[in-house]
Write a protein of this length. Structure first.
Lengths: 782, 284
């Protein structure tokens, strides 16, 4: 059991959120407001990090290890010093503060020190006066590394024969656990049991814009123009590395060409590297990773190895789930402790399972390290869980949809950690509606037959995804709003625009709360000039960022209401503000303009600025028992996929996808659709083609010729999404997280459809044409 | 990113040829869609670039009674839009349609595709089955070679450093010929072939009188599938014969394993693609 701690000090905030939740009818929220950055982006006026030209700019590039594991003998500039453009070679010895950029476990240097642990690890930075000579200069740098034995396979790494971090004593970074009931007892009394091993590979973020940072020494500190996803995290890590107080580090977000989680991790790291170089050369430094550098040296989705055993009875009820999850952290733990915990908690899938035993192991290897990526540890385990559901359904002999419906989470259900779901659980409805829309039962009957060497299939999968930080890990948001004398409004938020459109949604929420048109509002986001808002990850940007803005704006609204109530001689709560007009609800014709009301506030001593701090209520999780509070709420997703498999080549064509999402209130349907499209496509790539090929520790396909992502011709029709608006009480107008969701069920939905089409049992992604072809051959032989 | 290079641009063939003869250490650039990628990845080392892209006299598609002539600087998009190519060099036309993307097709040249000598070059198998001959020119001489003698290995041709490929000649075929081209990649479009196949079949009633089959990506150069051809010659054009003949392709190919596919998969897919390409050509 778990109980949630509510804060006495936040009672007002709970009340405000509740009021907006109950309003249900909105002027701006729920509408397709046009993106504020659309015009700048399509006209090429948007300024990315490389577009900022500052006085005295110098250029840097990382110098990388070409050895996967070894001891650094020396690093020398060599003949680079003779080059006219050479400015400096920067190594770990130039770091004024701590050489430490580890996220949770302090195991990662900004620039390698003593040892290298993966092929492509940055060991130094070369600084040049011209960007064109960077490549030549970095090839002149002399790096001598004495190779050590390396370990690449996580199962091999578990044996600890080669240690990636000697000081840690083992390659096992940590273990996680979720436990409920008694799995071994349940096993004895279970009619049907299925056991399988599932494997998933690395996934590269493949953003259009690789990592970059522009560090400018100024005002006695350092200003960094930085594509990151959490400016205050970057600030604290860069401060640590430079040995500065945090307040001396200022982070500003440029327009960002995609994040997907990658820049959450890389922002602080590349920011720190650029800052170290700028500190040494005392000039602004622009550090950009080339596409190849991005492939070799930036974090990726963690590969997973999952042993999954589960059972159900004749009546179609799940009896137990028994899972071992091994996550390959690569050379550094980075976010691994959290992706693994998320995988552990979500391993059952969105189902009621009375007996649960999930054990996670995070293990170091000499490969590029893991990182945040849309879905954050969850896509791996939902692939296993949802493939397993189809295998179990098969064994029992019932329809996979019916099997899911018998076990699906509902309000009042107890999840894997034994937490009770109190509200906002729309997944059952989503399942039913998707099945209806895609013609489920008919196609399940009709498909699966070979016609002219091809076969069609339809499959579906669910996903659930805890919103906000897990367990008792604190999570808060904040924003600062100021109303100028002319009535225009400035919002400061740490939430970063990474292409997802969140800033537009945030402005809609402010417009709603203030009752003024969106055009009057200017949003300054992604900067440490705003209060610490937490990260733009975990699908929290619009929901949590929005809560803070809703609270701050509501506080200002209440001030305006108070002043106006004196004019109208009514109670403050009877004052309405709408579309830039302030009036008494029952006498709308007697109105004053928003500008007039603002003038009054300035004249009468009412402060028109406010912050909107909110601390998300949390519970407790008992790590020993593996039980307790997991997440404050979950978003849910269901996707059905129709495929056609070419049996002679193993090529899978996706014909159509039917998505349904339960993300509470949809603030901007058009933005929601774009996120669902993007995530679905990224899921298709992850499932069928994206493969990081590593030979002797070296990534060999560091380009888009050989690291394949879907092109527009691989994209199927994606049906108009079904929105099940299962309101969440601590979201702005009931909104939950959305942006990651549509990726998570895709791997299982596609592979379940492939199974339906041709009968193979995909257990590994990417499920490339060649793998499918081999499985087909094997099946034919059997 | 790209190292410093001496760059020379010519708009007359003769000037380019003269420069090449005096500067054997230079490299030709046409559309640059292969060359620039290789330079950036430092796969090749070049001191001088000779840009021939502006030599208008090498960009044309023409025909006379016996031949189609394509200037080496003709772009893939021009091939795709050409009525002459569509009518007389069908497999090349089909290949041009699935070639790269519109942006790349607009600049990539047929000459560059051939001279780059990638085993996967999509214009090579069509031109092989069409019996194309290549006109190579230097300041001193000119020679015409059958396309099959042109390729030497991955990235290697019989071109001398001072030679330019100026024209591709394709004989017009008379009689009842059927052509086709097919490409298998790991995604729908914009992809390097795992295997590509072109076929040319001449029927005499229901009997196969003549046949040429060429494949790419399954040997160091684009190659003829002579064993398949042998099997088919003088046999009836039936589905069964085609299926049996396609198995013979293993004798003709020498695929390798790489990041794109394993050798085993390439072998299996060669059979499938030969079969499909023939089937579709003959509408069986
Ligand atoms: C995104 C992308 C997609 C692609 N997709 C495909 C595809 O689907 N199929 C395919 O086959 N290829 C593809 N390619 C490869 C490339 O576009 C083609 O090979 C193209 O035809 C090369 O022509 P070019 O004019 O750009 O050659 P360049 O790059 O200019 O030259 C290539 C080589 O040929 C030499 N050369 C060029 N012209 C002559 C000449 N007249 N005489 C002597 N030597 C010469 C150059 O010195 C160089 O070595 C793709 C490339 C890219 C970047």
């Amino acid at each position: 059991m778990s109980s949630i701690t509510y804060l006495e000090s936040q009672k007002d905030e709970y009340r405000i959120l509740d009021q907006w939740l109950k309003a249900r009818e909105y002027v701006y929220v729920g509408k397709d407001v046009k993106r504020i950055d659309a015009l700048d982006k399509v006209t090429g006026r948007a300024r990315y990090v490389e577009d900022f030209l500052v006085e005295g700019l110098t250029y840097a590039r990382i110098v990388k290890s070409d050895i996967p594991h070894g001891v650094i003998e020396w690093i020398r500039p060599g003949r680079a010093v003779e080059h006219p453009d050479f400015i400096a070679l920067v190594t770990c010895e130039d770091i004024p503060g701590l050489n430490q950029v580890g996220y949770y476990i302090p195991d990662q240097p900004a620039l390698a020190e003593k040892k290298v642990r993966f092929h492509g690890e940055p060991v130094a930075l070369i600084v040049s006066s011209k960007p064109d000579s960077l490549e030549e200069l970095r090839n002149l740098v002399e790096v001598e590394i004495k190779p050590l034995k390396a370990v690449y396979d996580p199962l091999e790494a578990l044996k600890d024969k080669v240690l990636v971090h000697e000081e840690h004593g083992s390659n096992i970074v940590l273990r996680t656990k979720v436990k409920k009931g008694d799995v071994s007892k349940a096993l004895e009394n279970t009619d049907y049991v299925v056991e399988n091993v599932y494997k998933t590979g690395y996934q590269e973020h493949a953003y259009l814009e690789p990592e970059g940072a522009l560090a400018i020494p100024m005002d006695g500190g350092m200003t960094i123009i930085l594509p990151a996803q959490y400016p205050h995290l970057a600030q604290s890590i860069i401060a640590r590395v430079l040995g500065y107080p945090q307040s001396k580090i200022r982070i500003i977000q440029p327009v960002i060409g995609g994040g997907f989680g990658g820049k959450d991790d890389m922002g602080p790291i590349i920011g720190a590297q650029a800052a170290i170089a700028a500190y040494k050369v005392r000039r602004p430094v622009l550090l950009v990773y080339t596409r190849e550098d991005s492939f070799t040296s930036h974090c990726k989705r963690d590969p997973a190895y999952i042993r999954y055993k589960s059972g159900a009875n004749r009546d179609g009820k799940l009896t137990f789930v028994d899972v071992e999850i091994i996550f390959d952290a690569g050379a550094y733990a980075n976010r691994g402790p959290f992706t693994l915990w998320r995988a552990t908690a979500h391993a059952t899938g969105p189902y009621e399972v009375p007996n649960v035993d999930v054990r996670g192991i995070l293990v170091y290897t000499n490969k590029v390290y893991q990182g945040s990526f849309r879905g954050f540890g969850n896509p791996q385990v939902q692939f296993a869980a949802e493939r397993q559901m189809d295998e179990l359904a098969d064994k029992i002999g019932i329809d996979p949809l019916e099997f899911r419906l018998k076990n699906i989470l509902r309000i009042g259900s107890r999840i894997s950690t034994d937490q009770v779901l109190e509200d906002s659980v729309g997944v059952g409805e989503a399942l039913v509606r998707v099945a209806e829309k895609c013609g489920w039962f008919e196609k399940r009957k009709k498909y699966g037959k070979i016609v002219d060497g091809k076969a069609r299939g339809i499959g579906l999968a669910c996903a659930w995804h805890g919103i906000s930080t897990s367990r008792g890990v604190p999570d808060w948001c904040n924003a600062y709003i100021n109303v100028s004398k002319d009535g225009s409004v400035s919002i400061y938020t740490g939430i970063v625009e990474i292409g997802q459109g969140t800033h537009t949604g945030l402005i809609q929420i402010a417009a709603e709360a203030l009752g003024i048109p969106v055009e009057k509002i200017n949003l300054i986001g992604g900067t440490t000039d705003a209060p610490d808002t937490g990260a733009t990850h975990g699908s929290r940007g619009l929901s949590f960022g929005g809560v803070a803005i809703l609270l701050a704006a509501s506080k200002i609204r209440e001030k305006v209401q108070k002043v106006a109530s004196r004019i109208f001689e009514c109670k403050p709560e009877d004052v309405e503000i709408r579309d830039g007009w302030v009036f008494e609800k029952i006498k709308p014709e007697k109105r004053i303009s928003w500008e007039e009301a603002v003038k009054r506030c300035y004249a009468e001593g009412e402060e028109l600025s406010a912050t909107g701090y909110f601390f998300m209520p949390k519970g407790k999780f008992d790590e020993e028992k593996g039980q307790g509070f997991a997440y404050i709420v979950f978003s849910y997703m269901v996707s059905a996929v129709e495929v056609e498999v070419d049996l002679e080549t193993g090529l899978t064509r996706i014909l159509k996808v039917w998505p349904a999402i339960c993300a509470g209130k949809i603030v901007n349907p058009k933005l929601a659709v774009t996120q669902i499209h993007g995530a679905t496509v990224q899921g298709i790539g992850y499932t069928l083609m994206e493969e990081v090929v590593i030979e002797d520790g070296k990534i060999v396909n560091t380009n888009y010729t050989d690291y394949l992502i879907p092109t527009i011709s691989d994209i199927p029709e994606i049906d108009e999404p079904i929105f099940v608006e299962d309101y969440f009480k601590f979201g702005p107008m009931g909104a939950k997280g959305l942006a990651e969701m549509a990726l998570i069920p895709i791997p299982a939905a596609i592979t379940n459809a492939i199974k339906h089409a041709v009968g193979v049992k995909p257990s590994e992604i990417p499920y490339t044409p060649e793998k499918l072809y081999r499985d087909l051959l094997r099946r034919m032989r059997e | 990113m790209i190292p410093e290079i001496e760059y020379h641009r010519f708009s007359r063939l003769e000037d380019a040829l003269r420069f090449l003869s005096e500067n054997p250490d230079s490299k030709i650039i046409a559309g640059g869609t292969d060359l620039l990628v290789q330079l950036r990845a430092r796969k090749i080392n070049v001191k001088k670039l000779v840009d021939i892209y502006n030599i208008g006299e090498l960009r044309y598609i023409s025909e006379d009674s016996g031949e189609v002539k394509i200037g080496a600087l003709t772009t893939i998009e021009e091939l795709k839009n050409s009525k002459i190519v569509e009518k007389y060099v069908q497999p090349l036309h089909i290949a041009s349609r699935s070639f790269a993307t519109w942006q790349v097709r607009n600049i990539a040249t047929i000459g560059g595709n051939l001279c780059n000598a990638s085993p996967a070059a999509d214009t090579a198998p069509p031109l092989i089955v069409a019996g194309a001959r290549l006109r190579l020119k230097s300041i001193r001489r000119e020679r015409i070679v059958p396309i099959e003698e042109f390729f030497r290995g991955p990235g290697q041709t019989i071109l001398n450093p001072d030679e330019v490929l100026v024209e591709v000649n394709i004989p017009k075929h008379s009689g009842q010929w059927f052509f086709n081209f097919m490409k298998l990649g790991r995604r729908v479009s914009h992809i390097l072939s795992i295997v590509n196949v072109a076929v040319a079949v001449k029927l005499d009633g229901g009997r196969i009188e003549d046949v040429k089959i060429a494949l790419g990506s399954v040997a160091p150069t684009p190659i003829r599938a002579k064993s398949v051809e042998e099997y088919l010659k003088n046999r009836e054009a039936t589905l069964e014969n085609i299926e049996k003949s396609s198995l013979e392709v293993v004798k003709d190919i020498k695929p390798i394993s790489d990041v794109r596919a394993s050798a085993e998969y390439r072998i299996e897919m060669s059979k499938v693609m030969v079969k499909r390409c023939l089937r579709e050509a003959l509408k069986l």
